[in-house]
Design a protein around this ligand. Sequence first.
Ligand code: GRF
Length: 217
Amino acid sequence: MSRLRVAILISGRGSNMSALVSAMKPSSAPAEIAVVISNRPDAAGLVRARNADVATAIVDHKPYGGDRAAFEEALTGELTARGVEFICLAGFMRLFTPAFVQRWHGRMLNIHPSLLPLFKGLDPQGQALAAGVKITGATVHFVTPDMDAGPIVAQAAVPVAAGDTPERLAERILTAEHRLYPLALRLVAEGRVRIVGDRCEIADGPAAETILVSPAP
Ligand code: GRF
């Protein structure tokens, strides 16, 4: 069976990228990471990728100023050259034009550190603390033109602890993200995810059995 050729797009640390790379390393995995691309030449994740023997590329957005379409053209050049079929955004801090999103419709995932549709946009951990929720989490979803809004593939629930700071909560969510993103990519690469309107249907996807009560009873 041929493996899905995936590009991971990053802008920073790249811990989710590392989790995806590790999970897809075995030749039996349904996807292979063809390239890690950063829009920032100084992204720490590039070093991590190179250390993991993954091909890397830099498509710096700065020379293009505000011309998003021109930046995307350069990005498309890299994706085409590497035979990329699917994109995983992992801490990629640029917004795409609707045309680019349309071209990758059903072929581009993102991870967001909240239980969407709650707490879209910046600082979702701070938003969760401000709202006083006792459970938050992470979501992997397909990318659509609206930010943090596409069909949801999978979610992980994380308890909020008394006295949490946004940083502590972010760390706890990140641990969950590193389990969630490989699971979601695996489901998609195995052809078990079908987009139906605004939702995803997952074939043979039993519900998790654990009920999380927070604070602990
Ligand atoms: C993660 O929290 C991810 O959900 C968000 O940006 C962060 C990226 O972290 N989109 P890393 O670069 O994967 O370590």
